[in-house]
Design a protein around this ligand. Structure first.
Ligand code: PRP
Ligand code: URA
Ligand code: MG
Length: 217
């Protein structure tokens, strides 16, 4: 399985990731959401290099230009809530893509133990399409896997791109054993070493959904 870790190369994307992590900057919700969106845009550009292209003829006012454009059918799938601004970044580039939304939430039995529940799914058919699953945080990898399984009720994608901003090392291992090896690619802004006892990524950034939209009850 190909795993692309953007932190291994220096680029402006690192600054966006640094800002969403930084306790002095991340409280600015508008900037937090905008940075998730910008990271989605940068990742879209990189992922687009893996698509299939063919030459098209474009009529300009002065003649005909030959342009290589992508032929793949793309579905951007997102996990609520923190996925929303990140999703928008992908949609800014893949503006002709179809879209899927899944809700996944942690239901705590006590302070430390939780189950993940999927209650809502809105998706087109995904057979033979390129499915880009976007969620800024991959902590245990459980929400991503369950969301993928929920989307499989809508067909079998040709390829799956998993895009996250911060993943734990454990989640990367989880994804490599729970997604089809031959047709999954993982794109992450950074891979962090630890999960704490609440299964939050350490150092991570905290709760992405709360930082984007405010605390919930
Ligand atoms: O890999 P996992 O262990 O499943 O954790 C990751 C999930 O946690 C976050 O969502 P959260 O449950 O905080 O929901 P929210 O976006 O509504 O805050 C994140 O956006 C992922 O969906
Ligand atoms: O570190 C984590 C884990 C789950 N959800 C988050 O937003 N952050
Ligand atoms: Mg959250």
């Amino acid at each position: 399985m190909k795993i692309v870790n953007f932190a291994e190369k220096n680029s402006e994307l690192n600054r966006f990731v640094a800002e969403i992590r930084d306790i002095h900057i991340q409280q600015d919700r508008l900037r937090f959401r905008k940075n998730l969106e910008r990271i989605g845009e940068v990742m879209s550009y990189e992922i687009s290099k893996d698509f299939r292209y063919s030459e098209k003829l474009v009529t300009t006012p002065l003649g005909t230009a030959r342009v290589n454009t992508a032929d793949d059918k793309i579905v951007i799938g997102t996990i609520l809530r923190a996925g929303i601004p990140y999703h928008q970044g992908f949609l800014n580039y893949f503006d002709r893509a179809e879209n899927a939304f899944v809700s996944a939430y942690r239901k705590y039995k006590d302070k430390l133990n939780f189950e993940i529940f999927i209650e809502y799914i809105a998706s087109p058919r995904i057979d033979g399409k390129i499915l880009i699953l976007t969620d800024p945080m991959l902590a245990t990898g459980g929400s991503m896997e369950l969301s993928y399984r929920a989307l499989l009720t809508k067909g079998e994608p040709e390829h799956i791109h998993i895009a996250s901003v911060i993943a734990s090392q454990k989640a990367i291992e989880y994804i490599t054993t729970h997604f089809p090896e031959e047709k999954t690619t993982v794109w992450v802004g950074a891979i962090d070493p630890d999960l704490n006892e609440h299964s939050y990524i350490v150092p991570g950034l905290g709760d992405a959904g709360d930082l984007a939209y405010g605390e919930k009850e």
